[in-house]
Design a protein around this ligand. Structure first.
Ligand code: VG1
Ligand code: CO
Length: 541
């Protein structure tokens, strides 16, 4: 018996990056099955296809993998390539899809959201190019979830995913692979491993905090085993189902341990952290925090020093809320620079069309066309390679960068778990007042323009509307507001603040102080604190 009757569930709408729900919601009978069946149906079935499957090791991942294997077998897939133990980081999954010519892949992760029975789980479908499904596909999946009456799943015992090798599930081949080796090999092709080995050999000290999530095994293999960094360079290196209680989001708030070490006495030369599924990164120097938008700009300006990009970049792209620091680099280097909505799925077309080779988001996401996902360890290796090639530390590299390009002071303020109705009412009200804002003043700042971002994909012409509010002040400062599409509780309001200072004066201020006038103007215009009763943001990055 492989056909099982079912009824639709509400709310199976993929967000910024796949479907994310409380784990208990995903564990309801048929919930996962419905979403997977809807995904298979939306992509025209999996008959004769090869898929990649893996996840970040979070709670319920191994069980979910078994369900998906049995469903793929019942629907006629010929092969599923699975990371051992159902582990694959998001960038490693993207790489495997591409390298193996698979038709697509399923990633089991809620990324930077905490994991465990009381936390979050998620599922994401990636296309044959290795990138997240575009909106046309996620919309088709959602539409299908609303009309399902049955799903197909083989009645079979669980597959052994602990041993590398091939086995059969019905007619389908299950190929269990080492989750790390293909990814680590790819990194060796991109970076100057000889120079990096030299760096560590000369005593360069690094700390990598894998936050009990999936990058641990990758970082140990690459940094310690292949590059010769000291044993113990990677901490929290064992992926755990609940991430050891950590919130695997690499930012100054959640990676406190690493922050304290890097800002303290005897700090290592370089520090980095990654998120649940390994696609985000935070990089730090001794006593220096690098904002993700600046990191993208520094990488763009120095990419030619890295063997994989020695020919130069094809172009760059950033999400709309990301600061314009990279735009200045692009202008100086004569590169095209694209502005996309939030979420990595919007970069795929640009990379596939050969228009850009480097992309980034303010949310600790950086990547290139080596895969079709953002890639945390790749970004760490970019920095290491740039440090090795320039013979400079993070602080020097940053200050030279600001001296040359000016500095885009930047910060994101998050207000979490707001009542959904309250958040919607606040932004709907702002939408109604947008056109009237132009030309008005707030806190001495003149509003040059105010609009809601709508994106037309330059490759396929698809339009994504309502992608965030932009208020631009004269002089190049701005605030952007949007609601998160990855949360699982209430609404999270993200407020992105930016102010450009050309220099040479004023390049060393504290970002919160440099942005204070814009923060005040935003409160005056939008009334976040007044309307929500909150005294301040929950997370500042
Ligand atoms: C957030 C970030 C966005 C990122 C997305 C997925 O989305 O802002 O830049 O692409 O997470 O990242 P949102 O809708 O909550 O703002 V991950 O590492 O969670 O897959
Ligand atoms: Co992630």
């Amino acid at each position: 018996m492989t056909i099982h009757p079912t009824k639709p569930f509400d709310g199976q709408k993929p967000g910024t990056s796949g479907l994310r729900k409380k784990t208990a919601v995903f564990m309801q009978p048929n919930f996962l099955e419905n979403f997977i069946q809807a995904t298979f149906d939306a992509i025209g079935g999996v008959q004769g296809k090869t898929l990649v499957l893996g996840g970040d090791g979070r709670y319920f991942g191994a069980e979910a993998a078994q369900v998906i294997l049995k469903m793929a077998a019942a629907s006629g897939a010929v092969r599923v390539i699975v990371g051992q133990g159902a582990w694959l980081s998001t960038p490693a999954a993207s790489n495997l899809i591409r390298k193996r010519g698979a038709d697509g892949g399923i990633i089991l992760s809620a990324s930077h959201n905490p994991g465990g029975p009381n936390e979050d789980f998620g599922v994401k479908y990636n296309m044959a190019n290795g990138g997240p499904a575009p909106e046309s596909v996620t919309e088709a999946i959602f539409a299908r979830t609303k009309e399902l009456t049955e799903y197909a799943k083989l009645d079979a015992p669980d597959v052994n995913l602990t041993a590398i090798g091939e086995s059969h599930l019905g007619e389908m081949v299950v190929e269990v692979v080492d989750p790390v080796s293909a990814y680590a090999d790819m990194m060796e092709e991109i970076f100057d491993f000889k120079a990096l080995r030299g760096l560590f050999h000369e005593g360069f000290v690094m700390r990598m905090d894998s936050m009990c999530a999936i990058t641990g095994p990758y970082a140990v293999e690459i940094l310690e085993n292949r590059l010769g960094a000291a044993k113990g360079t990677v901490v929290h290196e064992m992926p755990l189902p609940d991430f050891g209680g950590m919130h695997p989001d690499p930012n100054p708030t959640w990676a406190q341990e690493l922050m304290a070490e890097m800002m303290g006495d005897n700090a290592p030369d370089f520090g980095a952290a990654s998120d649940g599924d390994g696609d985000r990164n935070m990089v730090l120097g001794r006593g220096v925090y690098v904002s993700p938008s600046d990191s993208l700009a520094v990488i763009a300006a120095n990419a030619h020093l890295v063997p994989g990009y020695a020919q130069g970049l094809k172009g760059v792209a950033r999400s709309m809320p990301t600061s314009a620091a990279v735009d200045r680099v692009a202008a100086a280097l004569g590169l095209d620079c694209y502005e996309t909505p939030t979420g990595w799925k919007f970069f795929g077309n640009l990379m596939d069309a050969g228009r850009v080779s480097l992309c980034g988001e303010e949310s600790f996401g950086t990547g290139s066309d080596h895969v079709r996902e953002k890639d945390g360890l790749w970004a760490v290796l970019m920095w290491l390679n740039i440090i090795a090639a320039r013979g400079q530390g993070v602080a020097e590299i940053l200050s030279e960068h600001f001296a040359r390009f000016g500095r885009n002071y930047y910060s994101r303020h998050d207000y979490e778990a707001l009542p959904v109705d309250q958040a919607n009412a606040m932004l709907n009200d702002l939408r109604d007042r947008l056109t009237a804002l132009k030309g008005t003043q707030s806190q001495g700042l003149i509003i040059q323009s105010a609009d809601e971002f709508s994106y037309t994909d330059p490759v396929d012409g698809s339009v994504s509307a309502q992608q965030g509010f932009r208020i631009l002040f004269e002089g190049g400062s701005r605030v952007v507001l949007r609601l998160s599409g990855t949360g699982t509780e209430g609404a999270t309001l993200r407020v992105y603040l930016e102010r450009y200072v050309p220099g040479p004066a004023g390049l060393n201020e504290d970002p919160q102080e440099a942005l204070a006038p814009i923060i005040r103007a935003t409160e005056e215009i939008v009334g976040i604190r007044a309307r929500t009763g909150r005294t301040g943001p929950d997370v500042i990055t």
